[in-house]
Design a protein around this ligand. Structure first.
Ligand code: ACO
Length: 333
């Protein structure tokens, strides 16, 4: 579908949510058997107790498809009527074609325009804002955004400083024009000067796959955790404050904060810096670890499912990831 569509809606909201995680649970006790670590270290430094890990052969599009189907069903949107499909991922099935094209085919969403979005852990927030802009312009009438990752394929399972942090999963949201509520303010930012703080060097044009690249372990995620920690706190707190200011709301007017689910200590520091009461900050990272582009959508899904977010509540989603990238969405549910 490529034609432009006239009428411009005022407000865009989320009309359906979905999520999918692999059934296999990897606990901190399991990790104690794999690397020199302890359940106590992982819990106190990160808050994570367990994460989901895909079985070999399970792809990012497998998880994305499940989450996408649920979100479309919830929105009562026939896949054939879907106009825009964005998959945010750092771990696509292949470098090309895009994972969104693979999901489109399996969904039967033959009218949808598809592309992937690369913003690492900020992926789902960036995808929501991108879809919102297309819908506000009147170009498309509906959109499906999916954040999906099989990070376990790109984790060095001998590196205790990274392998304890991440998990696999997918979250999805349908966006459409709404008459009440919807997205009230957004914020996005990026800083490529700190790109080397979190990256995977191998497999692209810089270090194409070779025996050497495998021997040098270039096909695994690398991270400077301490620096990432500090920047994540500053950028997420400032971004959350910016959307509240733009929407002319104060922290007390917001019922629920959905931060990127990386680490309880990062989230607590963000809450302190942005004056957000911790009891309003939703966390499920203890069960899933950091699922990167899927994290905010999985958290939103569970917060809505469990009645933490109710109709008319104001919700701030805030994310931070490799790039560096960061962003926020303030919406009324
Ligand atoms: N088990 C036991 N010890 C460990 C482990 C582990 N799994 N990992 C590291 N250590 C050791 C280190 O080797 C170090 O030992 P040393 O002092 O002998 O060298 C010691 O623990 C302390 O390491 P630090 O890095 O100082 O620990 P810190 O308190 O900073 O916590 C952590 C590390 C959890 C990685 C933290 O820096 C962090 O969360 N950073 C953010 C990383 C992140 O979330 N990245 C995700 C992507 S970006 C995002 O999503 C926001």
């Amino acid at each position: 579908m490529t034609s432009s569509r006239g009428g411009r809606p005022q407000r865009i909201g989320i009309t359906g949510l979905g999520m999918a995680v692999p059934s296999k649970v990897l606990t901190n006790a399991d990790l104690e058997k794999m690397v020199e670590t302890t359940d106590e270290w992982i819990r106190t430094r990160t808050g994570i107790r367990e994460r989901r890990v895909a079985e070999p052969g399970t792809t990012t599009s497998d998880l994305a498809l499940k989450a996408a189907r649920e979100a479309l069903e919830q929105a009562r949107l026939d896949p054939k009527k879907l106009e825009l499909l964005i998959v945010a991922t750092t771990t696509p099935d292949m470098l090309f074609p895009s994972t969104s094209c693979l999901v489109q085919q399996r969904l039967g969403a033959s009218s949808a325009v598809c592309f992937d979005l690369s913003a690492a852990c900020s992926g789902s927030v960036f995808a929501i804002i991108t879809a919102q802009q297309y819908l506000l312009s009147g170009r498309y009438r509906n959109a499906l955004v999916v954040g999906a990752e099989v990070l376990s394929s790109f984790i060095d399972w001998t590196d205790r400083s990274t392998c304890v942090l991440f998990g696999d999963g997918a979250g999805a949201a349908v966006l459409e024009p709404v008459k009440r509520g919807g997205i009230l303010a957004t914020d996005m930012g990026a800083d490529g000067s700190a790109a080397e703080l979190l990256y995977m060097p191998g497999g692209g044009s810089k270090y194409p796959p070779s025996h050497q690249s495998v021997d040098q372990r270039l096909h695994f995620l690398r991270m400077n955790g301490t620096e990432i920690f500090k920047l994540a706190v500053r950028r997420m707190a400032d971004s959350a404050k910016r959307v509240m200011k733009d929407a002319k709301l104060k922290a007390e007017d917001v019922e629920c904060f959905i931060p990127h689910q990386a680490n309880t200590r990062i989230i607590e520091a963000v809450a302190k810096r942005a004056d957000l009461p911790l009891e309003k900050v939703y966390m499920n990272l203890q069960r899933y670890g950091n699922t990167s582009a899927a994290s905010n959508l999985i958290a939103l899904y569970e917060a809505v499912r469990d009645g933490v977010i109710k109709r008319d509540d104001h919700v701030v989603m805030v994310a931070f990831g490799a790039g560096l990238t960061w962003g926020s969405v303030l919406l009324q549910w």
